[in-house]
Each structure stands twice: as C-alpha cells, then as structure tokens.
Design a protein around this ligand. Structure first.
Ligand code: ATP
Ligand code: ZN
Length: 225
C-alpha cells in the first residue's frame, strides 16, 4: 500500500534547509511536531505527511511520484534533472516557485597561487566537485575539456591533498574557500530553495490542497519581503 490519501511533502531531515522548510510550512498553518527518530511527521490539522530525508533524495522522490511535493535547493534539483535525462529516467516535476531562503552559488575556485584568466585556464586539469552534471554543462558550453574528481564531501580540501587542481563547489560567504587556500574565480550556477510538485499527482482533493499550500506560501513570502 504505497498510495496514500494524505499529501506527502519531502523536506530535508537536517541541514541548511531543514529549519526554514519546517518554519515555512508552520507559517502556512500546517501543525506538526518533529520526532528526530522518525522519518514521517503527520500533520495534526490537515491530511499532510512530512517525509524527512537527505536533500539529495528529494528530487528523485518527487520525479518518481513517491511524494507529491518537496522543498529543495535548485542546485540539487537541476543536478538530478540532468543526471536523470542522461539515464532516460523520469526527470519531470513542476517548480511551483522559488523560495526566499537557501541562497548560494556553485562556483569554480582554485588555489591562491594559481594564475587564472578565465575558465579555459582549467583546460585539461582535474576539478573536484559533487555536482558533475552542472559542471559538465557549464564546461561544454565553453568548449573546455577537463578531468573529473567526483567527491560527495570534503571537496574544498581536494587541491591541497593533491587530488585535483581546482574545485567546483557551493559558496555562500567564501570563508570556507579562504580557510582552504582557495579563491573563487567564476560563478557557474546561482541557487535558492524552491518548492516542487510531482507531475503524477492525480487526485483532485490533493491538488486542491497543493493549491491551498502554494497560495499560503505566496502570502507568507509576500509578508516577509
Ligand atoms: P544532506 O545530509 O541532507 O545530504 P547536505 O550536506 O547535502 O545535507 P546542506 O549542506 O545542508 O546539504 O545544504 C543543503 C542545501 O542548502 C544546498 O544544496 C544548497 O541548496 C543550500 N545552501 C545554502 N547555502 C549553502 C552553503 N553555504 N553551502 C552549501 N549549501 C548551501
Ligand atoms: Zn545532500
């Protein structure tokens, strides 16, 4: 019994988007309390279940129709979309709107002593990243060939460890780059959190609830502007 009459919304379990995702839903009038041990939180006052998962899992859960909605960084959404298109897996979902948190940029960065003119300075070099698809798209558009160094974490230490010549990583203030002897040379993608919907939601009652939540999200964000 994997279908549910309750609307399923996937949010990040713990990380940079989790507090604000919960806060946004609470501001929309969804009443729930989180038990850290539990994957699912049932709302008390609406037929809504919150699924608390790794952020990387959220786009796929929405694209596969396992959940109806999700709150996710555009960077992770776009990365998964390109990945799935390459693999011919379901890659559709509706971006309902951009949100007002989760701002960051995916940037190229190189060691302080690297003399960088433009992205072509990286021709033939090795670049560490957790976002191979966004990086590939950017480098293909520029006609630059490079070598991959795929890391899910610790990307910023790769150059010093001798694993890569440069990195492509998320930046918000630049403090982490500086602490690792790197400097930002080029922004390749600007990102905010966004709220997405599955294209597979069929039920009119669920759709009505999605519309109600979206209209409240719009109101909450307008009031915060
Ligand atoms: P998870 O355990 O859920 O996989 P994570 O470590 O991949 O978590 P976080 O570091 O919590 O992810 O970041 C989640 C999202 O927050 C990012 O994908 C991005 O959209 C956004 N974000 C905002 N600012 C930053 C930043 N300075 N560095 C990284 N991500 C940021
Ligand atoms: Zn993640």
């Amino acid at each position: 019994m994997t279908e549910s009459n309750r609307l399923r919304i996937a949010i990040q379990k713990s990380g940079r988007l989790s507090t604000e995702s919960q806060q946004l839903l609470k501001s929309c009038g969804v009443k729930f309390s989180i038990n850290e041990q539990r994957l699912i939180a049932h709302a008390d006052n609406m037929p809504i279940d919150l699924l608390r998962v790794r952020d990387d899992d959220i786009p796929g859960l929405v694209m596969d129709g396992v959940v109806d909605m999700g709150i996710i960084g555009e960077n992770v959404l776009e990365e998964e979309q390109i990945e799935r298109q390459t693999l011919n897996k379901p890659a559709d979902c509706l971006k309902l709107r951009q949100l007002d948190f989760g701002s960051c940029r995916l940037s190229l960065a190189v060691p302080t002593e690297f003399s960088y003119a433009d992205a072509s300075s990286l021709e033939g070099l090795r670049i560490a990243t957790s976002y191979p698809n966004l990086l590939r798209r950017f480098m293909q558009q520029k006609g630059i060939t490079y070598r991959d160094c795929m890391l899910k974490g610790s990307v910023e230490v790769a150059p010093r460890a001798g694993l890569a010549d440069g990195i492509c990583d998320l930046v918000s203030t630049g403090a982490t780059l500086e602490a690792n002897g790197l400097y930002e040379t080029e922004v390749i993608y600007r990102s905010m959190a966004c709220i997405i919907q599955s294209t597979q939601t069929q039920s009119p009652t669920k759709q009505a609830l999605i519309d109600k939540i979206l209209s409240r999200v719009n109101g909450v964000i307008r009031a915060r502007e």
